[in-house]
Structures are given as structure tokens and as C-alpha cells.
Design a protein around this ligand. Structure first.
Ligand code: NAD
Ligand code: UGA
Length: 466
């Protein structure tokens, strides 16, 4: 007989824990779902009318189930005690210091969440690794948990990595391409695996629920992100060739993508990928490869990140060169600060690097993003290694409430995020209020360059010759 999951607890109410477990509550009315976080203000926001993250469709789901079978709390102990299945969905950032700094994942949060479970549990639990972790992390979790188990309490560990993308998280969760559940291939491990399969089977067709061993599941998550990022770096590498030859990157992507073996998705050239995970997870894979004494494999994946850095630098150099080799005191309007459209998340956003480099060249940047707050922008730009001089930051950066305000008196516009609203703007109005010649640098290939040229703009698009 399989264990029936009745109460779920999720440690970590972030971009993954929040939406994922809200959707479980939405689809499984027979299961109580409690999402726990140490961060009090984050939990307060989850319990308010203004959720802490912007994600299309999330509000409706949370508001519909909150207080019924979906709860947000800071009471870790109580929630762990009561749950029969616990998701560990805490952050796993790149280590900033110590062994593996700059590459390895910092597993301190995963370990402390695991220890909390071990300390508090008074009955058997299925513990599910939801965070993205290096291959074989479940082994460390199991060792910690088993050291605290006895004849009355057993812990089964599963790996259930999350594949949602921000901006489309709710759709990704409601209609996943696949759900991956790794477990130890022992009778108990497979029983635990089956218990989680049954949770997802409330709404996911069973042929989309893949079960594997623990290590395949852990590695598949890193591999999937590495392969996705590799496609972007590949298309971005080709965009440089396009600019130098007269080929058009959108046409090249379309022509290649029509080959069913290649496929059309994830071939949009850009100013560089951002987001909290691609870079982190590839560096993690690089570190893992090095630890396994596979330097050629490590170098292969590292190149995906290096190319991404090159793409951002290449874009900045192009802007400076085009603006007559100096941007000192020139006004640059930055359209978009989030790492992609339909999210307010700015982690590792390419816009941060662009702003940093423009400020270093003494330009004045005026930023507009429909979903990122002023506080968040200043927070990101004052991170160590970005703009270290507070006075310089205040003098050089202003935040605008609209794209029109951002582009007033500007010398150039830089499209950093592909927000739909940037396609619909009145560019004649924008042109009229800018310094001339008025430049647009489209880092996302979303604008109609011909139309803009007819207005009078000088248009530069990634992956297209001028
Ligand atoms: P996040 O930083 O938004 O959220 C993590 C939360 O965990 C934070 O609110 C933090 O306060 C909380 N936390 C830390 N330790 C805790 C503890 N012991 N008990 C309770 N709460 C604790 O991170 P995220 O973006 O949700 O990512 C979480 C994991 O999921 C990472 O490993 C990430 O790689 C992975 N992932 C993220 C995405 C994404 O789109 N963001 C997608 C797939 C996988
Ligand atoms: C990515 C993966 O797509 C998810 O499957 C994964 O779960 C997640 O990472 C994670 O592990 O965190 P996410 O980073 O939210 O999701 O968003 P993506 O849509 O993958 O975009 C990442 C970056 O690549 C963005 O900056 C985006 O603008 C850029 N991108 C994406 C391109 O430049 N070109 C493309 O064709 C696609």
C-alpha cells in the first residue's frame, strides 16, 4: 500500500516554494499545504493582498485557496511536526567565500533546513529536495536525517527538481512538460516516490511523471539548465557573426529552428541571459566536473557562462562606440530592469551589468521597469562590485515612472528587457523629446527597426548589421 500524503509543509516561501505549493493546494483540496519561511516580512506579504512576487496568475490561485488548505507561516516547528511530506525549497546561491567560492553551491540553507526537520520530527517523513543542488546532495541530507531516526521514525528522501520558468510559472506548474521524481531504488524509496507521484497525479497525466534514481534526478536539473543556457549562448555567439556579415539572427534562428531536431524554442538572441539560476547552476556543474577530475568537461560548460559575459560586454562596447566613443554625461534610458519580461525579479539581470558599465563610463542612466521597484534597483546597483560609490550612484541613476519619462532628453534608449509594452509605445513622441541624433539599441530584438528608422532614429539591433 502506498503512503497517502495528507499534509505537506514547504520550507522556503520563495519564487519556487510559493507558486509550486500554491498550485498543489489549488489542485489537491484533500491535502493541507503549509508554506514556511524564516523571513517574517515575506510571510506577511504572502498573507496580504500584495504577494511578495509578481507572477501572472499567481494571485488568483493563492487568494482562492489561502485559509482553506493553503497556509503561510513562520512557525517552522509546528508545520514540520504535522507534515507527512516536506519540500525543502530554500535558496542555494553560489558560494561567495571558502572552498569552491564563485562556483560551488552554498548548501548551508539546505543543511540547516534538513537539521531543523531532524530536530523537530516525531513521526516518519518524506523529505523532498526541491531546491537545485549538486549531484549527491540527497546523500548528505539522508546521513543527517538517518542519524536522527529510530525505530519509530524513518525519513525517505526524494529529489523533485523544479523546472518552472519565472513569468510563466503558473502555466508551467499547471501543464508541466514533465515532473521528475528521483528516489532510492529500495522498496521504501519507491514507496515514497509513489506517494509523491500520487500528489502530482491529481492533475498531471501519469505519462508525464518520470521516476528515476536519486542521482539522475539531481543531475537532470543541472543538465536541463545547462542545455537551455547553452542554446542561448550558441545563438548569441552567432549574433556576433550576423552583425559582422549581414546575416539576420532572427532569420538564422528561424531557419535552424525549423529543423525538428533543433526545434524553435530558446533561440532568441539577447543582451545575455540573466536570472538566479542559469549561471549559478552551470558554475555548479563546472565545479562538480572539476571535483570529478574532468577538466575538459568543466571547460566546456564554463564557456557557456563566459560567452554570456562576452555578449554583455560586446553590447556595451557597441553602445559606446556608436555614441562617438564617449558617453560621459550622456543620458541613457534603460527600458527594463528585470531579467526577463513578466517578472519583477532582477537577480543576475543583464540590465545590472549594462548600468554598471554605463555608470563607470560616467553616463547618466534613467531606468524604467513596469514591475521592479525603485528600492530594488538601488539595492542591486549598490551591491559590492557594482557601483561602490554611493554618491556616484545617486548622481548617475534616476528612476522613471514610464518609458516616456525615461527617454525625455535622452541620447539613447537601451532595450534591456523584452516587456510587451515597449513594442506599443508612441516612438514618434519619444523621438521628438530626445537629443538628436536619437539612438535606440535593441538588446532584445523586439522593435520594428524599419519603422523607427522612418521616424528618424538610428537603430542598432543585436544580431543585425546596421
Ligand atoms: P528564494 O530565495 O526566492 O527563496 C528561498 C526562501 O527560502 C527564502 O525566502 C529564504 O528565507 C527561505 N529559507 C532559507 N532557509 C530556510 C529555512 N531553514 N526554513 C525556511 N525557509 C528558509 O529562492 P527561489 O528562487 O525560490 O529558489 C529556491 C531553489 O529553487 C533554489 O535552489 C533554486 O535554484 C531553485 N529553482 C529556482 C527557480 C526559479 O525560477 N527561481 C526555478 C527552479 C528551481
Ligand atoms: C530557467 C529555466 O527556463 C527553467 O526551466 C528553470 O526551472 C529555471 O531557469 C531555474 O532553474 O531557475 P528562468 O531563469 O526563470 O527559467 O527563465 P528563462 O525563460 O529560462 O530565461 C532565462 C534568461 O534567458 C532570461 O534572461 C531570458 O531573457 C533569457 N533568454 C531566454 C534568452 O536570452 N533567449 C531565449 O531564447 C530564452
Amino acid at each position: 500500500m502506498t503512503t497517502q500524503v495528507k499534509k505537506i509543509c514547504c520550507l522556503g516561501a520563495g519564487y519556487v516554494g510559493g507558486p509550486t505549493c500554491a498550485v498543489i493546494a489549488y489542485k489537491c483540496h484533500d491535502i493541507d499545504v503549509t508554506i514556511v519561511d524564516l523571513n517574517e516580512s515575506r510571510i506577511a506579504a504572502w498573507n496580504s493582498d500584495h504577494l511578495p512576487i509578481y507572477e501572472p496568475g499567481l494571485d488568483k490561485i493563492v487568494f482562492e485557496r489561502r485559509g482553506k488548505n493553503l497556509f503561510f507561516t513562520t512557525q517552522v516547528e509546528q508545520s514540520v511536526l504535522e507534515a507527512d511530506l516536506i519540500f525543502v525549497s530554500v535558496n542555494t546561491p553560489t558560494k561567495k567565500s571558502g572552498l569552491g567560492a564563485g562556483f560551488a553551491a552554498d548548501l548551508a540553507y539546505v543543511e540547516s533546513a534538513t537539521r531543523q526537520i531532524a530536530d523537530v520530527a516525531k513521526s516518519s517523513k518524506i523529505v523532498v529536495e526541491k531546491s537545485t543542488v549538486p549531484c549527491r546532495t540527497a546523500e548528505s541530507m539522508r546521513t543527517i536525517l538517518e542519524a536522527n531516526s529510530n525505530e519509530n521514525i524513518r525519513f525517505d528522501i526524494l529529489s523533485n527538481p523544479e523546472f518552472l520558468a519565472e513569468g510563466t510559472a503558473i502555466n508551467d506548474l499547471l501543464n508541466p512538460d514533465r515532473v521528475l521524481i528521483g528516489g532510492l531504488q529500495t522498496p521504501e524509496g519507491m514507496k515514497a516516490q509513489q506517494a509523491l507521484v500520487e500528489v502530482y497525479a491529481h492533475w498531471v497525466p501519469t505519462d508525464r511523471i518520470i521516476t528515476t534514481n536519486l542521482w539522475s534526478s539531481e543531475l537532470s536539473k543541472l543538465a536541463a539548465n545547462a542545455l537551455l543556457a547553452q542554446r542561448i549562448s550558441s545563438i548569441n555567439a552567432l549574433s556576433a557573426i550576423c552583425e559582422a556579415t549581414g546575416a539576420d539572427i532572427d532569420e538564422v534562428a528561424y531557419a535552424c529552428g525549423r529543423d525538428t531536431r533543433i526545434g524553435p524554442k530558446f533561440l532568441k538572441a539577447s543582451v545575455g541571459f540573466g536570472g538566479s539560476c542559469f549561471q549559478k547552476d552551470i558554475l555548479n556543474l563546472v565545479y562538480l566536473s572539476e571535483q570529478l577530475n574532468l577538466p575538459e568537461v568543466a571547460a566546456y560548460w564554463k564557456q557557456v557562462v563566459d560567452l554570456n559575459e562576452y555578449q554583455k560586454k560586446r553590447f556595451v562596447s557597441h553602445v559606446i562606440k556608436t555614441l562617438f566613443n564617449t558617453i560621459t554625461n550622456k543620458k541613457i534610458a534603460i527600458f527594463g530592469f528585470a531579467f526577463k519580461k513578466d517578472t519583477g525579479d532582477t537577480r543576475e539581470s543583464a540590465a545590472i551589468t549594462l548600468c554598471k558599465d554605463f555608470i563607470q563610463e560616467n553616463a547618466k542612466v534613467r531606468i524604467y521597469d513596469p514591475k521592479v521597484t525603485t528600492e530594488q534597483i538601488f539595492l542591486d546597483l549598490s551591491e559590492p562590485g557594482v557601483v561602490d560609490n554611493t554618491k556616484q550612484l545617486k548622481n548617475r541613476v534616476t528612476i522613471a515612472k514610464s518609458a516616456y519619462e525615461a527617454s525625455e532628453d535622452a541620447d539613447a534608449i537601451v532595450i534591456a528587457t523584452e516587456w510587451d509594452e515597449f513594442k506599443e509605445l508612441d516612438y514618434q513622441k519619444i523621438y521628438d523629446q530626445m537629443h538628436k541624433p536619437a539612438f535606440i539599441f535593441d538588446g532584445r530584438l523586439i522593435l520594428d527597426a524599419e519603422k523607427l528608422r522612418n521616424i528618424g532614429f538610428r537603430v542598432h539591433t543585436i544580431g543585425r548589421a546596421e
